[in-house]
Ligand binder design. Structure first.
Ligand code: SF4
Length: 646
């Protein structure tokens, strides 16, 4: 029997109540969060049906709520945090109302049943400054303060969620959390520390929602350990053996090779594998590289990525095997570290080569600064690369943005150390300006508003907005796309910035892309709603529906359930076509690249060559109108697919 319980906080009244969740339509944190969003625009977090179990990847903490930057319902998640959240003794937390003063929530289970809830005042703006002599600032110093003040009051290792000043200053603040660890087993508070493996629920700016809507700057949660879930590895192993004839761990090791270490390319993790394999499909200098000839993109990859950026990563992180996990016993150990810096592909692309930074020291400084202020790193990368591009092109002067240098934004004679350091220095000065809401850098109302205002001020309204790459929703919603040059990343889905799209590199005509998008959206919703890490999707999507029915004695059709959930999200789809000419270029040049690639399109789902030629001819003749027609066809097709399926 899958019995669920939720904690409802009403911060207007400083009250809380615990209740059973008796709605059969609620199977996971996305179902619960959507209901709470519809009810009162609550910010929620919770775990999936196998939270706390031995299944690798089953412990994501899933956040839902109104996204300030996307301007709609959003789902974001954090690896491993569900393993400790299980000790709170509830499946979900719903936060409604606004605390009267900036606050931290303390959620602590004591003994078998009692859940203690405290709402304590916090001077976050002072704590973000860090103490005298301390090196930690921003998100890290606030997190440290919460940890030192409250961790020892928990009966087992707790976990902290916190935000940085970026959450207050913008609409894209993330919720961050460093993985706690203990040197004992389970250890006493003296053995507990915070590790350098940070986790972020970054996309969607739910950290900004937590601060602006609820006056909450942090949460610490945990409690007594009472295991009631799928803790018997033999039970899980039986499932895997029946399905795959291998034990669970062996199957998972096989499915997660690239996240751990891929011996074929001598690297691992998302950073290592993507920078090794994407080659001419990487973005450089605010996407300027998309218009370069393929040979030029490959030459930059050879000299600046393979020769320097990736070489540094491989020698410093891969060869020294600085691998960690997100907080659950996961054999993928996808967290790749160099000292205190955790390295994933998307932050180190969006705030790396796409900002004209090809050196790990400079990228670490910039990513580290963005983490410190608590930005969604991809959103921050999109804003900074855009501003650097404007400076490099002379569309704005350094004095317009309060900086005193112009970036180097050309690969010709680019010095990976010296020029990267210069670009990172300017980008960090821009971060300071954004956090202090300096004139022309006030992003509190979103990047589209800021771009329109800046364009007016410098007398170039169209040109300034034209270089900001984002998917759009409503009047103000914006989302910097995930860093893959594929058509699916520019789709009109109700929730962009995650992987609720088909993001294969093959050319699919828009009506087919819409069908594929619908299918992927349903599967990704399933993963989020069950609280699973998508890096394990290869077996999770196959095994977990049966496992759920068997273990929880619930004969729900999970595929139908998540198609229905996708339809409910689609009903709130507020996406609008792009305003930026560079996004049109991204799509146009994607089609051209597909035709240019050696041998042309082949097999599989890919369209035949004449179909690509037809679309390319249309783009060449009229890029904007063709992009709009493409967008509309994807949308119609996806909507029809979701409506059609049972
Ligand atoms: S793959 Fe990485 S993020 Fe996913 S569960 Fe494993 S360690 Fe955590």
């Amino acid at each position: 029997m899958y019995a669920q319980q939720a904690l409802y906080l009403d911060l207007d009244r400083s009250s809380h109540v615990l209740r059973e969740v008796d709605d059969p339509e609620i199977l996971g944190p996305v179902d619960f969060g959507l209901r709470e969003w519809e009810r009162c625009r609550a910010l929620c977090f919770g775990g999936g049906a196998f939270m706390g179990s031995v299944l690798p990847g089953s412990n994501r903490l899933v956040f839902t709520g109104p996204s300030p930057c996307w301007q709609g319902f959003f789902v974001s998640s954090m690896g491993g945090a569900g393993a400790i959240f299980e000790n709170v003794g509830v499946n979900y937390v719903s936060i409604a109302g606004r605390a009267s003063v900036p606050s931290v929530l303390v959620l602590r289970r004591v003994g078998q049943r009692d859940l203690e809830v405290e709402i304590v005042p916090v001077d976050a703006e002072k704590l973000w400054q860090g103490g005298t002599g301390e090196t930690e600032r921003g998100f890290y110093s606030l997190q440290r303060w919460i940890w030192e003040r409250y961790a020892h009051t928990f009966p087992s290792l707790p976990r902290v969620l916190a935000v940085g000043p970026g959450a207050l200053a913008t609409d894209f603040g993330a919720i961050g959390s460093s993985k706690p660890q203990t040197s004992g087993s389970p250890g006493t508070p003296e053995d507990w520390t915070l590790s350098p493996a940070d986790g972020w629920a970054g996309r969607g700016g739910l950290g900004s929602a937590m601060v602006h809507d609820h006056n909450v700057y942090g949460v610490i949660f945990g409690g007594s350990f009472i295991d009631v879930d799928l803790d018997d590895r033999r039970f899980a192993d039986t499932w895997f053996e029946n399905r795959y004839k291998v034990r669970m761990l062996a199957k998972d090791l096989d499915a997660t090779v690239k996240y751990r270490y891929d011996p074929e390319i001598h690297t691992g993790g998302t950073l290592g594998v993507n920078f090794a394999k994407l080659k001419d499909r990487l973005f450089y200098f605010n996407y300027r590289s998309i218009v370069w000839p393929r040979e030029k993109r490959l030459a930059v990859h050879e000299r600046l990525i393979l020769g320097h950026y990736l070489a540094q990563f491989n020698s410093e992180t891969i060869q020294t095997r600085q691998f960690s996990n997100c907080g659950e016993p996961c054999p993928a150990v996808c967290k790749k570290l160099r000292d205190r810096f955790k390295k994933d592909y998307e932050p180190y692309e969006a705030l790396g080569p796409n900002c004209g930074i090809f050196d790990q020291r400079s990228a670490e400084a910039l990513v580290g600064r963005c983490d410190e202020v608590g930005f969604d790193a991809i959103q921050a990368g999109g804003v900074l690369s855009w501003l650097l591009d404007l400076l490099a092109e002379g569309l704005v002067r350094p004095s317009d943005l309060g900086v005193d240098e112009v970036p180097v934004f050309d690969p010709e004679n680019f010095d990976p150390v010296v020029d990267s350091a210069r670009n990172a220095r300017i980008a960090m000065a821009l971060v300071d300006g954004i956090v202090s809401r300096r004139e022309n850098l006030d992003l509190s109302d979103g990047a589209r508003t800021a771009a329109a205002r800046l364009g007016e001020r410098v007398g170039k309204p169209g040109e300034v907005s034209d270089r900001l790459v984002a998917n759009l929703a409503g009047d103000k919603g914006w989302m910097v796309p995930n860093q893959y040059w594929v058509a699916g990343m520019f789709s009109p889905m109700p929730l962009m910035g995650r992987y609720y799209v088909h993001y294969g590199d093959e050319f699919l005509p828009p009506d087919k892309l819409g069908i594929f998008n619908a299918g992927r959206m349903v599967q990704e919703l399933f993963l989020d709603n069950l609280g699973f890490c998508r890096f394990h999707r290869e077996w999770v999507e196959e095994v977990v529906p049966d496992l759920f029915r068997s273990f929880w004695k619930n004969d729900v059709d999970l595929a139908a359930h998540h198609r229905s959930l996708a339809r409910r999200l689609w009903a709130n789809n507020a996406t609008v076509p792009w305003e930026s000419g560079r996004v049109v270029d991204l799509l146009h040049r994607f089609v051209r690249r597909k035709l240019d690639e050696a041998g042309g399109p082949v097999g599989g789902a890919e369209a035949p060559r004449p179909e690509i030629e037809i679309w390319l001819a249309r783009f060449d003749a009229n890029p904007r109108d063709t992009a709009l027609a493409w967008w509309q066809q994807v949308r119609r097709s996806c909507e029809a697919t979701l409506a059609r399926e049972p």
